[in-house]
Write a protein that binds this ligand. Structure first.
Ligand code: BGC
Length: 733
């Protein structure tokens, strides 16, 4: 494995040579704390219930404090557990001590957790952060999360999630970088660098886990865990791409997805795990199943019983079992019966031990006292980074009449329950944040705008108080309505068949519009929403997602103009839910949608998305000119001029797309090939350029063969996937 010294490789081999079969299988087992007592739900589900909002953090903590917990100490002592999920550093040290000092082989545990968008310093959910198009930012936030979690004993993040996701009904769109494989790949690479890159001390890095391998984002009808069928060219060109990029960047672990791909669950899919990931891509690390997924192969109808599921998974190349104990219970017998070659077990154990070695766990298994205290108070630099990420992720969708930015002295009526919430700014899958660190929108707005009145009035759930609206009478100069989704409405197991603003918030918005005051709609949500009504009637729309602990300050700074918005959409927004999936990089049909009847369109929906991928306004305007495409032997040199034609400085996200106009397979109408962030003063013009190597102009066919085909190509440059200049070029490879 790359990154290990000769001596470390030898140490792994030496350990393997002394381990019993059971001990090797023990390394392949990941466990978590279970609760003992009269509880109906397993611990993993309790965690899920807390993360998806079914129970509050307080309720969760109460259950935890009264429940007796089983940390499986005896199994750790006997070498039957190789990995554990635990959040408390004191407990982590205790369990680690048993593994290191009391088990026969003394092999440390690898402690893993879902650290998806921050640990203590929670920053924006991935779909939002990806919209900053800022790879340096992606890297820095990941590095911050690595340091914070490692100081709590967590050396392995179940992140980044790099599932290409094009169906906004799927709740997990919130967790990943959106619909585009190129942006997804850049995000994936940067996250790997951030999580794993700083190896100057074992306290600075963790092992990343790419998930969910693969195709999970293409779940049929956007329903979580649903079946996935796709042509192999889609698989290679789109869904595999971010995984391949991250493996190339050095990702240490991969988590297999729950779904089946073309009929075979990813958990037991030899083509995916062994052939594609390990053999073709050369992935050196280990693969872990998703939670309980090996057992679920029985329900899938692909395995007869747990033993069968375990055998299939091991043979397919699944190195670690998350949560079922099927490996520890069955694999020894399976080896003895000749159903699983011992080489399969050796390979899995070798991969797992190598990652532990790479993490430095053999030399430094414990969290020091000093490290545990390091983040008791959040360092200013971490808070500043959370703010930077939050600000850069805000997308200005509409600003009719230039209502924004608001003057500091404006009389503002702030409306909506979400504005005062600390928990709802955090987003799905955040586990280690502390309420005291969270800045709700109300706080940020109060600090910025002295003439502010607050009316909760209602939110995504329950009733809204119209009386409060009516009684208010004086609405000041402008209404800022903070509406959207609860955290529990996106993330795992949170698919929706209607993705308009939930509950009675639309009615509230209508009432507010009737006051005759300008309404600024600030959206807080975890997925693209269907905003046709809002697009038609509300003058100002700000997409603020779930931005993390600094959300309040970020929103206030954007609304006041202290920060010129620069975020873009990493996923297209439909007008109506029924258009899902809608994404910019779709294939062409023989009858592209148009005004004519016999074209690819809906009778009752607009053509295409409402807000496309790459879209986002700012408080200034940009103009593009002079797109040039010059051919060299190996590449295309592409450049475009960008001018700031407005009255203030800003950062524009210049996007370069390509279309392969004629090929032996139908190709997308546009594919993102590069992006550049360009800082421009008012009136300034700069040239943005990139080199497109010719070898990157091809595509994979259905057999996974990469093809470079001569012919006509279109090169686009612009400020969104819809709004571009175009040049044609004929290429002979
Ligand atoms: C999710 C994974 C997560 C795992 C462990 C599963 O339900 O699909 O994304 O990493 O649980 O918590």
């Amino acid at each position: 494995m790359k990154g290990l010294t000769e001596k470390q490789i030898q140490k792994v081999e030496e350990l393997l040579s002394r381990m019993t079969l059971e001990e090797k299988i023990g390394q392949m087992n990941q466990a978590a704390t279970s609760l003992v007592g009269g509880f109906d739900v397993p611990f993993e589900e309790l965690i899920e219930m807390m993360t998806d909002g079914r129970i509050s953090k307080e309720e969760f903590e109460k259950i935890m404090s009264t429940a007796e917990q089983d940390f499986h100490e005896d199994e750790i002592r006997s070498g039957m557990i190789g990995s554990f999920m635990v959040q408390d550093p004191v407990k982590a040290n205790e369990l680690q001590k048993i593994a290191v000092e009391e088990s026969r082989m003394g092999i440390p545990l690898i402690i893993g957790l879902d650290v998806i968008h921050g640990f203590r310093s929670v920053y924006p959910i991935a779909i939002a952060e990806a919209g900053s198009f800022d790879t340096d930012l992606f890297e820095r936030t990941a590095s911050m999360a690595a340091k914070e979690s490692r100081a709590a004993g967590v050396a392995w993040h179940f992140a980044p999630m790099v599932d290409v996701a094009r169906d906004a009904r799927w709740g997990r769109v919130s967790e990943g970088p959106g619909e585009d494989p190129y942006l997804g790949s850049e995000f994936a690479r940067a996250k790997i660098r951030g999580l794993q890159g700083d190896r100057s001390s074992t306290e600075n890095y963790v092992a990343a886990c790419l998930k969910h391998y693969v195709g999970y984002g293409a779940a049929e009808s956007g329903r979580d865990y649903n079946t996935v069928s796709m042509a192999m060219h889609q698989f290679y060109n789109n869904y595999l791409k971010p995984f391949a990029a991250a493996v190339d960047e050095g990702a240490m672990t991969v988590m297999a997805a729950f779904n089946d791909l073309n009929g075979v669950p990813c958990t037991v899919n030899e083509f995916l795990l062994r052939k594609t990931l390990k053999e073709s891509l050369g992935f050196p690390g280990f693969v872990v199943s998703d939670a309980n997924a090996i057992r679920e192969c029985v329900v899938h109808g692909i395995a007869e019983d747990e033993m069968d599921a375990g055998i299939q998974a091991a043979l397919a190349g699944m190195d670690m079992d998350m949560g079922t104990s099927i490996y520890v219970k069955n694999l020894k017998a399976a080896v003895e019966a000749g159903k699983v070659p011992v080489a399969v077990i050796d390979e899995a154990a070798r991969r797992i031990l190598s990652v532990k070695m790479w993490l430095g766990l053999f030399d430094n298994p414990y969290v020091s006292e000093e490290a545990m205290k390091r983040y008791e108070t959040l360092p200013d630099s971490h808070r500043a980074l959370a703010l930077e990420a939050a600000e850069k992720s805000v997308v200005l969708l509409k600003n009719e009449g230039s209502v924004l930015p608001l003057k500091k002295e404006a009389r503002i009526s702030l409306v909506g329950n979400l504005a005062q919430s600390r928990e709802e700014i955090i987003g799905a899958w955040a586990m280690s944040w502390q309420e005291k660190d969270c800045v709700p929108i109300l706080q940020g707005m109060e600090e910025t705008f002295p003439n502010l009145k607050y009316f909760p009035c209602g939110g995504p759930e329950g009733d809204i108080s119209m009386n409060e609206v009516i009684a208010a009478g004086d609405w000041g100069d402008v209404i800022v309505a903070v509406l959207g989704e609860l955290v529990s409405m996106s993330g795992e197991a949170s698919s929706k068949a209607d993705i308009t603003i939930p509950g009675r918030q639309r009615e509230l918005l209508e009432m507010l519009m009737h006051t005759g005051k300008p309404v600024v709609l600030v959206l807080m949500n975890g997925r693209p929403l269907a905003l046709e009504w809002e697009y038609n009637y509300v003058p100002v729309i700000v997409e603020a997602w779930h931005l993390g602990i600094e959300m309040g300050h970020a929103v206030a700074r954007v609304l006041s103009g202290e920060k010129n918005p620069e975020g873009r959409l990493s996923s297209s927004f439909p007008a109506l839910t029924g258009q899902c999936p809608v994404y910019y990089n779709h294939m062409n049909t023989g009858r592209p949608g148009s005004k004519s009847k016999f074209t690819s369109r809906y009778l009752d929906a607009p053509l295409g998305s409402l807000y496309p991928f790459g879209y986002g306004l700012s408080y200034t305007t940009y103009e593009y000119s002079d797109l040039k495409v010059a051919e060299t032997e190996d590449s295309l040199e592409v450049s475009v001029k960008v001018s700031n034609t407005g009255e203030r400085g800003g950062r524009e996200t210049v996007q370069f797309y390509m279309q392969d106009v004629t090929a032996t397979l139908v190709r997308p109408v546009k594919e993102l090939k590069a992006f550049r962030k360009v800082e421009l003063e008012a009136g300034e013009t700069k040239t943005a350029a990139f080199t497109l190597p010719k070898k990157e102009m091809g595509f994979y066919d259905n057999d996974g063969v990469y093809r470079l085909e001569d012919g006509l190509f279109r090169i686009y440059a612009g400020g969104s996937s819809k709004d571009c200049l175009m040049e044609e070029v004929r290429i002979k490879f």
